[in-house]
Design a protein around this ligand. Structure first.
Ligand SMILES: [Zn+2]
Length: 220
């Protein structure tokens, strides 16, 4: 049997902190929230762009703030909308999803399906960053590789990648399935339910944003 051809796809769900014009009034006076890690993943899009350029892989991203709706959450997840947008009417929320959530997710799914039609398999790397201190607790992880331990290819890939990063970056804490579990709700978790483990590898890369300092003000 011919060896499988693997293609790489980079995504960045929390690339920016844009607030759509129609919602600006709702977010009035919330600038510090919008500029914080709760508004977007600081440094993530720059990192995703480097992966994309160095590895010659397509990059799909969204610059809509996660405070509007969280592209890394499934429909029905109580944190799909933030505390700011949660009280909006169903009609407005539906419009937000149509304009900001589905376009990114559909673009990614359609790309994956095109790969499958070409008989290729897909390695999806979703690039994210996290805050070094959450609720007063310092996080020990510098780089987290999130995957589903039940999917052998994902486990093998992450262990090998962890080893490589450790060889090149002494002193960094490279953890598997930390600071979040790979099977918690996320875009890759959703995609794993759609696509077989033999053809789809979904890895979420989580980098402590203190490594990405100074925060790049031009990010969003
Ligand atoms: Zn994120």
């Amino acid at each position: 049997m011919a060896p499988k051809k693997w293609e790489l796809l980079i995504t960045c769900e929390h690339a920016g902190n844009r607030i759509p014009a129609g919602l600006k009034a709702l977010f009035q006076g919330r600038d510090s929230l919008i500029q914080s890690h709760r508004g977007y993943d600081i440094g993530a899009i720059k990192m995703a762009a480097v992966f994309s350029a160095k590895l010659d892989a397509p990059l799909f991203f969204s610059k809509t703030s996660r405070l509007v709706c969280d592209l890394n959450r499934s429909l029905g997840n109580p944190t799909l909308f933030s505390s700011v947008t949660q009280p909006l009417s169903q009609e407005v929320k539906h419009r937000i999803l149509e304009q900001h959530y589905f376009p990114h997710r559909r673009r990614v799914e359609s790309h994956i399906e095109t790969c499958f039609q070409k008989k290729a398999c897909l390695l999806h790397l979703a690039v994210h960053s996290f805050t070094p201190v959450l609720a007063g607790k310092v996080r020990r992880t510098d780089i987290g590789l999130l995957y589903d331990p039940k999917r052998n290819l994902e486990a093998l890939f992450c262990r090998a990648w962890q080893k490589q990063i450790r060889l090149n970056q002494h002193g960094l804490s490279i953890h598997l399935n930390a600071p979040y579990r790979g099977i918690s709700d996320g875009f890759a978790t959703y995609l794993r339910k759609k696509y077989p483990a033999s053809r789809y590898i979904g890895i979420e890369l989580e980098v402590n944003n203190r490594l990405l300092d100074p925060p790049l003000k031009t990010d969003p």
